[in-house]
Design a binder for this molecule. Structure first.
Ligand code: HAX
Length: 439
């Protein structure tokens, strides 16, 4: 058994009694109340999910397994000369809650390496897509195609004890995660380049191997590690994580669940926002004929968007109420590597002018930038100019967190999700009743 799987097993055995006790002894304790606003308003803020992989504090931003991103980037092992930690180390942390040693990271890297090779039919499915197909649709379909490989599905149909569900799910997750970089790199080559593929290099880690398959030299290996780590998890209520969890809750396997996760991520209010940012920046650059706008000009651009009834992409958040720490970490990278980049200058100007305007506009609860405001410009700088592809990169990262969550869902026996819906008539009656009670 791999070091990671053995450690995970020990953690699961330790954790199960905690969940069982909460359910058996305290199952009726009230956690939260639901308002009509939340029922109509996308369940915003309703405390109704549980995960130990990450927690999003509105003021502080995301913590993975209790660590802030800043702490993690200091503590996680990194390759010699690399600025960014190993993705493999992050995955070890997400699954076990422990910062891994170098040996433990190597073990995960070996496990991924053994499982990287894509079945031939995946290339054929990607090849068969009609031209101009969106990369997220191809990515989702390529993952679905591999569902026939699912161990969980085979074991389930063969008969397996509930307590063991996590184990084939873990195997499925390792098999799928190991393959995602190559699936993505091939989609990129097929859609935007010559359709040839650069074979994966077994001596390289997850991030460096992706950079290698994309044919982009250093520091794109660090860009990839940074990108995958920053996007890995954002607790359970966001659309992609929730979609993955929801589908998995019916005991659909990892392939079906991660494909659903990808579909949720493809929406413009979620993962697609990073490409919307680039599209918008390009329009501005065109209007300015490549010159840097003054503050007043940029303010006008922002107001024009708002007055047209559109959102400023890359700003605002459903939970966060301050600048996204993921944005700040990317900004640090940009200040070192992209200081003179035109789009970075635009982005930094937006960082200055948008929050006061959104405050004055008075609608957005959070006027600050989120992760998507900056991730695309880094990709653009290193030559990935096809911004439809940025959400695929987000998807590789997010799959790490969602897969870790699904393994733990199985380990702790979380049941099928089934919230209750009611009708508008019923809501109106509840509202009426509440009015009568006040009188
Ligand atoms: N520009 C203009 N208006 C905005 C806004 C923005 N960036 N952010 C929010 N608002 C508006 C909303 O559209 C809403 O208007 P209405 O009352 O007319 O419907 C109002 O402010 C209140 O919204 P909110 O409660 O602050 O925000 P929500 O929780 O409803 O939505 C969103 C959160 C991230 C979807 C939202 O801020 C948005 O659309 N931002 C732009 C798109 C974006 O950057 N998305 C990526 C978010 C990060 C992420 O999930 N990445 O995957």
């Amino acid at each position: 058994m791999s070091i990671l799987k053995q450690k995970l097993y020990e953690k699961i055995e330790f954790w199960r009694p905690r969940t069982e006790k909460l359910l058996k002894k305290y199952g009726n304790v009230v956690v939260d109340q639901v308002t009509i606003g939340q029922v109509i308003g996308g369940m915003r803020g309703l405390k109704s999910l549980v995960t130990d992989i990450s927690y999003l504090d509105p003021q502080e931003g995301i913590r993975y397994r209790g660590y802030t991103l800043e702490e993690l980037f200091k503590k996680l092992p990194r390759a010699p000369k690399a600025e960014m930690p190993y993705v493999e180390g992050l995955y070890y942390l997400l699954l076990t809650g422990d910062i891994p040693t170098d040996t433990q990271v190597s073990d995960v890297a070996d496990e991924f390496n053994k499982r990287r090779i894509l079945p031939r039919y995946v290339y054929e499915v990607i090849d068969a897509f009609p031209s101009l197909s969106p990369p997220m649709a191809i990515f989702s379909a390529a993952i679905l195609t591999m569902q026939r490989e699912s161990f969980f599905s085979k074991k389930y149909h063969g008969g397996i004890n509930k307590m063991d569900y996590w184990e084939p799910t873990y195997e499925d997750a390792m098999n799928l995660l190991a393959k995602l970089p190559e699936v993505a790199a091939y989609i990129y080559s097929k859609l935007y380049k010559d359709g040839k593929r650069i074979h994966s290099n077994p001596n390289l880690d997850f991030g460096a191997n992706f950079a290698h398959m994309m044919g982009i030299p250093a520091p794109y290996d660090d860009v990839s590690r940074l990108n995958f780590i920053l996007h890995a998890d954002h607790e359970s209520g966001n659309v992609s994580a929730h979609a993955g969890h929801l589908v998995a809750s019916s005991l659909s396997d990892i392939y079906l669940s991660i494909s659903a996760m990808i579909n949720g991520l493809a929406g413009p209010l979620h993962g697609l926002a990073n490409q919307e940012v680039l599209r918008w920046l390009q329009e501005l650059v065109e209007k300015m004929e490549g010159a840097i706008p003054t503050e007043a000009e940029m303010q006008q651009f922002v107001w024009d968007i708002l007055n047209a009834g559109q959102v400023i992409p890359g700003f605002g958040h459903a939970v966060l109420r301050k600048t996204d720490p993921r944005y700040m970490l990317q900004r640090e990278f940009c200040l070192t590597h992209l200081k003179d980049d035109l789009l970075f200058k635009y982005t930094d100007l937006l960082f200055k002018v948008v929050p006061p305007i959104l405050k004055e506009h008075g609608k957005a609860k959070n006027p600050w930038p989120n992760v998507d405001a900056q991730s695309g410009i880094i990709q653009w700088h290193y030559g990935i100019k096809e911004y439809d592809f940025y959400t695929v990169l987000f998807g590789i990262g997010r799959a790490l967190g969602v897969a870790a969550n699904i393994i733990w869902d199985r380990a702790l026996g979380y049941p099928i999700e089934r919230p209750k819906s009611i009708t508008t008539d019923m809501l109106e009656n509840i509202a009426l009743q509440s009015n009568k009670n006040k009188k």
